[in-house]
Design a protein around this ligand. Structure first.
Ligand code: FAD
Length: 409
């Protein structure tokens, strides 16, 4: 059996970027992908920041639309309208994006085996890993788990806990959606513990979706999706849905992401952002950190004594830190949503100076950058408006949030 330096399981953004980087370091790489076509089936809205394209090394050729603003709806209050002339996000052709990255990996010298579903993983006494796929066995010194939210490699590392957002949505044609603005729906009845969204692809086409956590049968995303359409009839008048599917987003939860000779990257590591569910940027950046760790480990040690334990600490110093903060913000959001406090927050954020702050500091990849300035400025306005009596059952993060507001007055 021929041994490779690194076997990468999965050819999504995490896997292909890992392969590109590992090849740049001169390592031998085999990518095993279960599907016969890269990028399909598609479960993504394809909304990314301009820095994500930079991180992927891509120009604007796969950009379908530029997003400059957002309209945020909840209950009967006036929507919060954000945005100016600055492009905040890009709508990309996600299938073409994945294909581009996989192609780059192959051009860089990685071997890509399509139609190879990894079914079994073994660690040998000599320290190598043996992977079974398509009734064949492959062996490597290091294993990269880039195999998405249902990761086999993650299970092999002993992870069991996930914070999954269950999504349902697709694409459609609608006559009157603003072309450069996304719409976000925060109503607890429509999207408990998450939100609904529409993203314009061009003048007519939109991507539309809803997400929630697991709950009662009536909380199935398909029912919530229909509720969204009913609750905002003017937004969806004349909507012609052209495709629909479900999907899962593994929001950041602390996991074992490294072992003696394996690393987890992207969704396999539960690295989707807890505030937006975006996981492409974190997958690309995680791949870069992981590839560097693997290269350093292989060049500084003898076979059988590989040291991969700098991955977690390197990741924690960069985007990992942001994911932890995002996770706290998500808890606050869920408390505000379940306590029906979001209309108050939306009203408060509509005030001009606060809106300006959102424009200045708002960043989908680094949402925590906005929190401190907003907390400082909003404390006097938002603190008294939140009805503390309704929050008797509110969990710790919300209480911390409110007391933070109070202490900053
Ligand atoms: C409805 C929805 C909308 C989303 N919208 C956005 C968005 O707008 N912006 C954004 O940034 N993110 C979005 N995301 C999240 C984003 O899609 C993921 O975070 C991203 O795809 C993670 O990349 P990855 O490479 O880690 O995993 P994936 O893209 O899931 O790739 C994993 C790959 O591994 C393969 N694989 C799995 N198991 C095996 C196996 N056993 N053997 C071999 N191969 C295997 C799969 O076939 C797949 O190709 C969305 C997710 C959903 C569900």
């Amino acid at each position: 059996m021929l041994e490779t330096d690194v076997i990468v399981v999965g050819a999504g953004p995490a896997g292909s970027m890992s392969a590109i980087q590992l090849r740049n370091y001169g390592l031998t790489v085999l990518v095993l992908e279960e599907h016969s076509t890269i990028g399909k089936p598609l479960h993504c809205s394809g909304l990314v920041t301009p820095r994500t394209l930079e991180s992927a090394g891509l120009d604007h050729s796969l950009v379908l639309n530029e997003i400059k603003g957002a309209e945020i709806f909840v209950g009967d209050v006036k929507p919060l309208v954000l945005g100016n002339e600055v492009t905040r996000a890009l709508v990309i052709d996600r299938v073409a994006f994945d294909k581009y990255l996989a192609n780059q990996a192959v051009l860089n010298g990685a071997q890509l085996n399509l139609g190879h579903r990894v079914t079994h993983i073994e660690n040998t006494p000599s320290g190598t890993t043996v992977v079974h796929a398509n009734q064949k066995t492959f062996s490597s010194r290091i294993l990269f788990g880039c195999d998405g939210w249902r990761s086999k490699v993650s299970s092999h590392l002993g992870n069991t806990k996930k914070d999954l957002i269950w999504c349902y949505g697709g694409e459609g044609v609608v006559p009157n959606h603003p072309k450069d603005t996304v719409r976000v729906y925060l109503d607890a009845e429509i999207a408990p513990n998450w939100f609904g969204w529409t993203i314009p692809i061009d003048n007519k086409r939109i991507r539309i979706g809803i997400g929630t956590t697991f709950g009662s049968p009536e909380r199935k995303p398909i029912h919530l999706f229909n509720k969204l359409l009913k609750q905002y009839p003017t937004h969806f008048e004349g909507l012609n849905i052209t495709s629909l599917s479900g999907g899962f987003i593994p929001l950041y939860t602390p996991q074992v992401i490294e072992s003696r000779n394996s690393l987890l990257i992207g969704d396999a590591a539960s690295h989707a952002k807890p505030t937006s569910g975006g996981g492409i940027y974190t997958a690309l950046e995680g791949a870069k950190t992981a590839a560097k760790t693997a290269y350093q480990a292989l060049s500084s040690t003898q076979a059988g004594s590989i040291q991969l334990n700098s991955y977690h600490s390197a990741w924690s110093k960069t985007l990992g830190k942001e994911l932890v903060r995002g996770s706290e913000l998500r808890k606050v959001f869920m408390d505000l949503q379940s306590n029906n406090q979001l209309p108050t927050v939306i009203n408060t954020l509509s005030i001009k100076p606060l809106k300006k702050m959102v424009h200045n500091y708002g960043d989908i990849d680094y949402p925590s950058a906005l929190v401190n300035p907003i907390l400082r400025a909003a404390s006097a306005m938002i603190g008294p408006a939140l009805q503390l009596s309704k929050m008797s059952r509110a969990s710790l993060p919300l209480k911390r949030f409110v007391s933070q507001l109070a202490s900053q007055k």
